[in-house]
Design a protein around this ligand. Structure first.
Ligand code: ZN
Length: 165
């Protein structure tokens, strides 16, 4: 029992100490979106470069906060880089389903927000993100874990709005 929890803690600490895709992109042309979690003081800044195929060509993460918020942002960036916006939104739904959060304002369309996890594209595995599963036991920390994903979705909304006009 403790073996798995130890492994999860190791993964979270690894992402916290060596965050993936840490840094900034020049915005514009990249899109810059900030997210805050006032409950914990977490800050996540997402920089997105989206190519003509609506694919995330590059993503950088900046910000500061607790280990849960920053490691989640690191894992999120690694999980969505190279994916299309649609795939990334699907992954967001999968992650948030794991976090047992049902917010109506996520994803924009909301069409698949209530889809069961089993229906999710098998290729969209959570991987390291599974390590955050234990956060559900601490409701006050869930906002820490979902902050980067909410910020990512907000970034998509803004990026799509800009490119569609
Ligand atoms: Zn936090």
């Amino acid at each position: 029992m403790s073996g798995l929890e130890d492994l999860y803690r190791e993964i979270i600490l690894d992402h916290y100490r060596s965050p993936r895709n840490k840094g900034t992109l020049e915005a514009p042309p990249a899109h810059r979106t900030e997210g805050f979690n006032p409950l914990c003081g977490d800050e996540v800044v997402v920089y997105l470069a989206i190519d003509d195929d609506r694919r995330i060509a590059d993503i950088k993460i900046d910000g500061q906060g607790c280990s849960i918020s920053q490691s989640s942002a690191s894992m999120m960036s690694a999980a969505v880089k190279g994916r299309t916006i649609e795939e990334a939104r699907e992954l967001t739904d999968t992650f948030k389903a794991m976090m047992s959060i049902h917010e109506t304002d996520i994803g924009g369309d909301g069409s698949e927000a209530d889809a069961p996890t089993e229906g999710v594209n098998a290729e969209l595995k959570l991987g390291d993100l599974e390590a955050l599963r234990g956060v559900v036991k601490f409701p006050v920390r869930i906002k820490c874990a979902t902050l980067s994903w909410n910020t990512l979705n907000q970034a998509f909304d803004e990026a799509v709005q800009t490119s569609d006009t």
